[in-house]
Design a protein around this ligand. Structure first.
Ligand SMILES: NC(=O)c1ccc[n+]([C@@H]2O[C@H](COP(=O)([O-])OP(=O)(O)OC[C@H]3O[C@@H](n4cnc5c(N)ncnc54)[C@H](O)[C@@H]3O)[C@@H](O)[C@H]2O)c1
Length: 437
C-alpha cells in the first residue's frame, strides 16, 4: 500500500457504534465520560497516554501520540449500540458491576440516555442467554438491512460526520469459513436463504462495511474475518480488524513466551485456567462458544514459539486452556498459569502466574484506542485488514497466507512504525550504529 499523502482532519463528531452493550461497552462509555469530566485518567490507553519517539535518540523528540497524529478528541465522541436486553447503558453498567456505584452515579444522566437499538440475534449462536429486544425479519438479509437503516438513522440524528463500529457482543458458537463466506455475492445469497453458517455478528459487519463504516471485532467470532467481508472492505474503502481483545492472560502470555524464545529456553507445557463470573463467563459455559474462545487463546503459543523451527525446545509442548464460570467473582477474573520450562542441559523449572485482573477494565481502553485508530486509518485512506492493530488482539487478522505476529513487542513496534510511516517520519529499526560512527 502507498503511504498516505495526506490525512484528512478529524472534523466534526465521531459516532461509536457498539453491537453488545454489556460489561466492556458500558465500562468504555462510562470511562470516556469520566475522563471528559476530568474525574479520572484514561489509564491503559495508548492513544491518550502514550508517546512516540521520533528520529534519533539524541533528538529528544517524543510527542504524545494524540498530538503526533490527528485523532478524534474525546469530546467529539457520540455513542450508540444494540443489545438483546432493553437496559440503558446505566442499568447495564450497574448490572455488570464493574464500576463502583460512586463512579457510576457521576455519569448516570449521560449513560441513561444511551438506549440499545433492537438486536439481530440468533439463539443458536449464543445458547445461554435470551432477551426481548430483538429485530424481526423474514431472513438474515432483512435483518442486515435493518441494521443498515439503524446506522443511517444514528448518523443523521446524532449529527456525526464519521462512524466506527466495534463489536462488543457475546462470543458466538464456533463457525468455520465456508463457501457461503467466500464472495460478497454468495454471502448475500446466504443471508437471503438463512444459511446456518451466517452468524448475527456477520450481519452487523456486513451492514457496517457496506455503509462505509470501519469495523473492529472484539470477540473471537469470525465476523469480518472471511473473504467476502475483506473484499467488501476493499470495495467500500473501509478498514477492518480483529479478532478478540487481548486483555488479561493472553497479554501476559505474549509477553512471557517471546522472552523464553529470545533466550532459547524450552517449554514442556503451559496450563492456563480462568475463573470468571460475568455474563461473558456465562456465555462461555456453552461448549460452542467456548470452542470459539479456545481456538483464539490456543493459537498464540504455536505462532510465537515456532516449534517447526525449534523442535528440541518446543516440539513436545502441551498447551491447555480452561475457562470456568464462577459467579462470585463477577467481572474480576482470576487467571492462573502454570508454566513448565527447561534450561541448560534440559533441567526443568516452573513459573506460576496468578493474575487477579478486571476483564472490562483491561478491555475498555482497547475499545477506545481501536475506535480512534480505525477512524484515523479511514481518514488516511487505508482500507481492508489493519494488521498494524494486531497489538490489541488475541487472534490478529492478516492477509491470506501470512502468519500472524503475536509477540507484543513486535506488535507495538509495528503499530508505532505505522504511525511514523503515515506521517513521513523515519522508521525506527533500533540498529543504532550511527551513534558509534
Ligand atoms: N477482557 C474482556 O472483557 C474481553 C477480552 C476479550 C474479548 N472479550 C469479548 O468481548 C465481548 C464482550 O464482553 P463482555 O464482558 O462485555 O460481555 P457481556 O456478556 O457483558 O456483554 C455482551 C453483550 O452482548 C449482547 N449480545 C449478544 N448477542 C448480541 C447480538 N447479536 N446483538 C447485540 N447484542 C448482543 C449480550 O446481551 C450482552 O449484553 C465478548 O465477546 C467477549 O468474549 C472480552
Amino acid at each position: 500500500m502507498e503511504k498516505p499523502s495526506k490525512i484528512a482532519p478529524a472534523k466534526g463528531k465521531l459516532g461509536v457504534l457498539l453491537p453488545g452493550m454489556g460489561a466492556v461497552s458500558t465500562t468504555f462509555m462510562a470511562g470516556v465520560e469520566l475522563v471528559r469530566k476530568g474525574k479520572s485518567q484514561p489509564v491503559g490507553s495508548l492513544t491518550q497516554m502514550g508517546t512516540i519517539r521520533l528520529g534519533k535518540r539524541t533528538e529528544g523528540r517524543s510527542p504524545l501520540i494524540h498530538k503526533f497524529v490527528p485523532l478524534a478528541e474525546l469530546k467529539d465522541l457520540s455513542f450508540g449500540g444494540w443489545d438483546i436486553f432493553k437496559d440503558n447503558a446505566y442499568q447495564s453498567a450497574a448490572n455488570a458491576g464493574v464500576l463502583n456505584p460512586q463512579d457510576l452515579e457521576k455519569v448516570k444522566p449521560f449513560l441513561s440516555t444511551i438506549k440499545p437499538m433492537k438486536a439481530a440475534f440468533d439463539h443458536d449462536f449464543v445458547k445461554l442467554i435470551d432477551g426481548p429486544n430483538i429485530k424481526k425479519g423474514k431472513n438474515k438479509y432483512e435483518l442486515a438491512l435493518q441494521i443498515k437503516e439503524d446506522i443511517a438513522n444514528f448518523r443523521k440524528t446524532s449529527r456525526v460526520s464519521r462512524l466506527v463500529t466495534c463489536w462488543c457482543g457475546s462470543t458466538e458458537s464456533f463457525v468455520k469459513p465456508e463457501d457461503v463466506h467466500s464472495t460478497p455475492e454468495k454471502f448475500v445469497e446466504g443471508m437471503k436463504s438463512n444459511h446456518p453458517s451466517i452468524a448475527p455478528s456477520m450481519l452487523y459487519a456486513w451492514a457496517s462495511v457496506t455503509s462505509g463504516v470501519p469495523y473492529a471485532n472484539g470477540s473471537p467470532n469470525l465476523s469480518v474475518d472471511i473473504p467476502a467481508m475483506q473484499k467488501l472492505a476493499l470495495d467500500h474503502n473501509v478498514p477492518i480488524c480483529g479478532k478478540d481483545f487481548k486483555t488479561g492472560q493472553t497479554l501476559i502470555k505474549t509477553v512471557l513466551a517471546p522472552a523464553f524464545k529470545a533466550r532459547m529456553l524450552g517449554l514442556d507445557g503451559w496450563f492456563s485456567t480462568n475463573i470468571l463470573g460475568n455474563r461473558d463467563g456465562e456465555v462461555l459455559e456453552d461448549p460452542g462458544s467456548f470452542k470459539t474462545k479456545e481456538e483464539s487463546k490456543l493459537s498464540v503459543l504455536e505462532y510465537i514459539l515456532q516449534p517447526q523451527l525449534y523442535p528440541k525446545l518446543y516440539g513436545k509442548m502441551c498447551h491447555k486452556v480452561r475457562i470456568n464460570y464462577y459467579p462470585p467473582r463477577g467481572d474480576n477474573k482470576e487467571g492462573w498459569d502454570n508454566i513448565d520450562i527447561f534450561g541448560w542441559l534440559g533441567y526443568p523449572m516452573q513459573i506460576k502466574v496468578d493474575f487477579l485482573c478486571r476483564d472490562s477494565i483491561l478491555a475498555a481502553p482497547i475499545v477506545l484506542d481501536l475506535v480512534l485508530f480505525m477512524d484515523l486509518a479511514q481518514r488516511a485512506g487505508m482500507r481492508g485488514i489493519q494488521e498494524w492493530l494486531s497489538f490489541y488482539f488475541k487472534s490478529p487478522m492478516t492477509a491470506p497466507g501470512l502468519y500472524p505476529e503475536h509477540d507484543l513487542f513486535i506488535q507495538s513496534m509495528k503499530l508505532k512504525n505505522t504511525l511514523r510511516w503515515m506521517k513521513g517520519e523515519d522508521l525506527i529499526t533500533h540498529l543504532g550504529q550511527e551513534y558509534y560512527d
